[in-house]
Design a protein around this ligand. Structure first.
Ligand code: UP6
Length: 261
């Protein structure tokens, strides 16, 4: 799969939201997702406005925002529309199907009404996807699901056996599960699945809390279609300039990957 151009990958995907993301990546020549791990609505909106031009995807953790309102989501969607990027809520759902159906389709955040993508863990088994699909029935639209296959943090328990079982869940639900958060290339999985890789920062090796960083070139060469950069952008003196730099480096690395193989 690594040798295939995003336009070929788009044709292989059966999911409309994943196809939209591939198209955004092609149109903007960007395979950069930024993790907007900020704690106020205003800060997330200001960041989205500043970096929107350069990203294909904005990843948020809605539950760290202290003054969350649904108006904030409407404002964020407007910025996403204007700058042509999609939104992923990195909720990492990880409970039984019944519980995740309520977490996706209800509660204060109503994630299923606005997120283009959500993340989930395979730990509970395939019932979690059934739960997410049930939750979507209470929502105004469909959401594309991204399975966290393995993690960037030191000592993560997501060993090879776990990963290969988790990946099977995705393959069995390919209408709804369109990709992975991963550190490895998941070579047994076909080319329609997106691979997104966090733990990318050119200025640090870690964060003192278990996070481990690599460069854009390293992760795109190894496994990433999309790099996910958090503090490398949000903590930079000039986040817009940092986003532009990560975008250029990640897309150049993707071009080298498809040209070389
Ligand atoms: N994230 C990881 N590693 C994973 C999965 N997800 O770091 O295996 C998420 C974190 C954070 C972002 O929840 O939002 O990616 C990384 O941020 P950073 O670049 O500031 O470390």
């Amino acid at each position: 799969w690594k040798a295939l151009h995003f336009s070929e990958r788009k044709k292989l995907s059966q999911n409309e939201i994943a196809q939209r993301l591939y198209q955004v990546m092609l149109d903007k020549e960007s395979n950069l997702a930024v993790a907007a791990d900020l704690t106020s609505c205003a800060a997330v909106l200001a960041l989205a406005e500043a970096i929107g031009r350069d990203i294909c995807l904005l990843k948020i953790h809605v539950d760290i925002i202290e003054d969350f309102t649904l108006e904030f989501i409407m404002d964020l969607k407007k910025i996403a529309g204007r700058h042509n990027f999609l939104i992923m809520e990195d909720r990492k759902f990880s409970d039984i199907g019944f519980t995740v159906s309520n977490q996706l389709g209800g509660g204060l955040y109503r994630i299923g009404d606005w997120a283009d993508f959500v993340t989930f863990h395979g730990l509970p088994g395939s019932g979690i996807v059934e739960g997410l699909k049930t939750g979507m029935k209470n929502c105004s639209r469909s959401v594309a699901c991204i399975l966290v296959a393995d993690m960037s943090s030191k000592g993560a328990l997501t060993g090879p056996e776990y990963v290969s079982s988790a990946v099977k869940i995705a393959e069995e639900h390919r209408d709804d599960v369109v990709g992975f958060v991963t550190q490895t290339d998941l070579s047994s999985c076909d080319a329609s699945f997106l691979r997104m890789t966090p733990g990318v920062n050119i200025s640090a090796a870690g964060d003192g809390l278990g996070q481990q960083y690599n460069s854009p070139e390293e992760v795109v060469g190894r496994c990433a279609d999309i790099i996910i950069v958090g503090r490398g952008v949000t903590g930079a003196a000039d986040p817009a300039a940092a986003a532009a730099m990560y975008k250029t480096r990640a897309f150049a690395a993707y071009r080298r990957r498809v040209d070389k193989l």
